[in-house]
Design a protein around this ligand. Sequence first.
Ligand code: HGY
Ligand code: MN
Ligand code: MN
Ligand code: MN
Length: 405
Amino acid sequence: MTFHSMWAELLPIGRSSASGGYRRYAWTGADLDCRAWFKQQAESRGLTYEVDRNGNQWAWLGDPAAGDAVVTGSHLDSVPDGGAFDGPLGVVSSFAALDELRGRGVDLAKPLAIVNFGDEEGARFGLACVGSRLTAGQLTVDDAHRLTDGDGVSLPHAMEAAGYDPGSIGPDPERLGRIGAFVELHVEQGRALDLSGDRVGIASAIWPHGRWRFDFRGEANHAGTTRLVDRRDPMLTYAETVLAARREAELAGAVATFGKIAVEPNGVNAIPSLVRGWLDSRAEDQSSLDAVVGGIEKAARQYAEAHGIDLDVVRESFTPVVEFDHALRDELARILVKDTDITVPVLGTGAGHDAGILSGTIPTAMLFVRNPTGVSHSPAEFAAEDDCVAGVIALADVLEGLACT
Ligand code: HGY
Ligand code: MN
Ligand code: MN
Ligand code: MN
């Protein structure tokens, strides 16, 4: 089993020695080191390596042009101070599963590919799943050119600086047309498998979710000399809105997080002129999500009115509910059960994935591997090696079942 050696090679890349968390942001040095690792894994196995027009990496076994390919993979980038498994577990497991298939001596009837989708977390440019959205035509070239990072560097410039030509970014229907099924293995970002005592599960759906930017504009002033009654302090309105978000989420059985904030002028002794807060909200169904976000915005506008604050709310991204392909999902369960008496749990998730983006275009499915901490997007994220190996075997079984028929 080659999982362990690959994991050991990838693990140190982009890891902070202080927190143990990862900073693998799109088109930065750490991302390029991960990409070099992917290329080396592909070429060392004699796979056909290519980078597509959107910078996603592909490693093919068989003829990429033959069509009806079975594709697996995930992403290698991370959120700020992210965990080791979210994304990389799917990519390392894909190479290990391919090695397992070769060890079994199976004859593939279809091409097989492993993919690393670029910029899945959106940590640098603020939009998740950029590589897969561009490929699936869910992000226009103009909008991609408008994406900039905290230093004002645009996505195309960042790609160019990393040695990738952004000139042809855009939809890639021809490539997607050659794919018969995409299966993404991912660490579970929750504890359902830990609670059920299973190592591996199958995804049923991804909750609808989105990101909204709340701009609270007040009046900059001196923190020491301005009387409280004379203040128009946007930080107050922001704070009240954060508390309202928790209340609205609890009411709707959903989740809402203000996890990112930008303050201008951001001085300890200056009342802010602007507080910009980003809301991430997700719910099991669209009507609940609408209720949560609508309730938060309504409360924010009431607070803004009361404090003389101007408020703009911008929806920056949105992903509708994803119901994974039932036939493919059932096929995975049939393959994994293999006339034994095991059950394979099927579970929904609030986390977005490239598989969710592609599900509108090609049959996609996901496998989850047990994470006893349930924690993700944090250095505490974890999966035990024997569970990871069980995931590799499950993925190999699925790939064999799908590509050898
Ligand atoms: O935000 C998400 O759910 C994904 O991990 N990008
Ligand atoms: Mn993630
Ligand atoms: Mn992920
Ligand atoms: Mn994801």
